[in-house]
Design a protein around this ligand. Structure first.
Ligand code: SAH
Ligand code: SF4
Ligand code: F3S
Length: 452
């Protein structure tokens, strides 16, 4: 044991779930007496929280790991941890590939970090990837932001989209109780947080695994019920949720979003493809017509709602004509943002084994065409903000211009304006939008009072 405090560094890859897990693991490390080190090369413990959604994400991890494994050969007291989805997918194989690792732990084990590390410090090399019931989190996360926070509501995913690795690495759905979620939000409200994003890979599945049905035969605890239940938490001014699945998205949920003032008019609903045969091959469980109806219903309740989605190009068997249907839906809907990706075959997924794979050249070409359309459409959507006064929740300084602060509109558009962060952080202020770009806005503080 050294006298000076041990230092840790966490590098996080992947989605919001991983970011939330990293914040909880950082909280555990700090409770164990570790201090954050900005530079990984000064840290005594390095944790990679990994992602395997696409091949490129997985490879990035190996290149980072290679460098630290090298360092560990010079500095044997360094502790190396791989957590997250690559850890879950590879398990023991990761230890064989990188024998310098001390701990390989799947995402379900994040809250057990202390227990696992104690065994490591006792001399064990460990792999923790067996499925477990996720224990309620008792440690305070060390959160990146002082203004916005993630709150997990459901872990895992029971869908079987034929391209997706998530169910095999995140395990079966496990919902937290409404009481535990509300208690975490109340604590956040007391600490001065203003915005909460409720998280689940398929958040519409929330509550399916909790006991109780209503007299009408519905699950007692749905996402909609949860929104009503947490919508009055003191101090929390904005509530968002992600990710929505078109298969389970209900009008009841849309109504709740329209009714509840704190729930933002922002919907992230991946569509993946605009072609029904591809959607069927993906086992998504909806048609492109149903997707369009959902968006129409949202807009009938909330005409200005922001809509974002995810799409995959070059899924096995996708023809040029089928791809053009994806372009068409993007052209028609008017998305504020679409996350796009070329299909990447993943281990333990059905589509990876199909013979009708699309060539890399065709995928790259389609991706580039889709991205081009996505930015044109996003720029069009941004136009509606020009000259308007928007409520912006100020999160931070603009890292590229210290005279400016940045925050988000209710519709989740990043917005910059001149101002002093010390005075404005955590405040919802009216901003007159004077300049619009595809994915961000610039404005200036407006003089009118705003509802808080
Ligand atoms: N649970 C969410 C998304 C989870 S993964 C949903 O149901 O939509 C995030 C995004 O990564 C997906 O929406 C999909 O667009 C993309 N993705 C997942 N697997 C992929 C793969 N094998 N290749 C390319 N993109 C993929
Ligand atoms: Fe993956 Fe489908 Fe589950 Fe989303 S719903 S995480 S795409 S399996
Ligand atoms: Fe990646 Fe795992 Fe999230 S594979 S996208 S970090 S659930």
């Amino acid at each position: 044991m050294t006298a000076s405090p041990r230092r840790y560094h966490i590098t996080t890859f992947g989605c919001q779930m991983n970011k939330a897990d990293s914040e909880r693991m950082a909280g555990i490390l700090e409770e164990m007496g570790f201090q954050w080190s900005e530079d990984p090369n000064d840290a005594d413990l390095i944790l990679y929280n990994t992602c395997t959604i696409r091949d490129s994400a997985e490879h990035k991890v190996y290149s980072y790991l290679g460098r630290q494994a090298e360092r560990k050969r010079q500095q044997p007291e360094l502790t190396l941890v791989v957590a997250g989805c690559v850890a879950q997918q590879e398990g023991e194989a990761l230890l064989r590939r990188v024998p310098e690792l001390d701990l390989v732990m799947g995402p379900q084990h994040a809250n057990r970090l202390r227990d696992l590390l104690e065994q490591v410090f006792d001399g064990s090399q460990l792999v923790a990837t067996e499925p477990v019931h996720i224990i309620e989190d008792i440690t305070k996360p060390r959160r990146e932001s002082k203004v916005t926070a993630w709150v997990n509501v459901i872990y895992g995913c029971n869908e079987r989209c034929t391209y997706c690795v998530v169910p095999s690495v995140r395990g079966v759905e496990q919902s937290r109780t409404p009481e535990a979620i509300r208690a975490e939000m109340e604590e956040l409200g007391r600490q001065g947080y203003k915005e909460v994003t409720l998280l689940g890979q398929n958040i519409d599945a929330y509550g399916r695994d909790l006991p109780g049905v209503t007299p009408e035969g519905r699950h007692r605890h749905t996402l909609t019920d949860l929104l009503y239940y947490v919508s009055d938490v003191e101090g929390i001014e904005r509530i968002r949720f992600a990710t929505s699945h078109p298969r389970y998205f209900t009008e009841r949920l849309i109504r709740a979003c329209a009714e509840l003032p704190k729930v933002c008019e922002y919907f992230h609903i991946p569509f993946q493809s605009g072609d029904n045969d591809i959607l069927k091959a993906m086992a998504r469980g909806y048609t492109q017509e149903k997707y369009r109806r959902i968006i129409d219903t949202i807009r009938s309740y909330m005409p200005d709602a922001s809509i974002s989605g995810d799409a995959i190009v070059g899924f096995p068997g996708e023809t040029e004509e089928q791809f053009e249907k994806t372009l068409q839906i993007v052209g028609d809907i008017g998305f504020d943002l679409v996350n796009t990706a070329a299909y990447s075959p993943r281990p333990n997924t059905p589509a990876a084994l199909w013979e009708n794979q699309v060539s890399e050249e065709v995928k790259a070409d389609r991706l580039q065409r889709l991205n081009h359309l996505v930015s044109i459409k996003a720029a069009e959507r941004s136009q509606r903000y020009l000259g308007r006064i928007e409520e912006v929740l100020v999160e931070d300084q603009n890292p590229k211009d210290r005279t400016q602060v940045m925050g988000r509109t209710r519709g989740n558009r990043l917005t910059f304006f001149p101002g002093d962060i010390k005075e404005l952080r955590g405040r919802v202020v009216p901003v007159k939008i004077t300049e619009v770009r595809a994915f961000s806005l610039t404005g200036k503080l407006a003089e009118v009072a705003v509802r808080v």
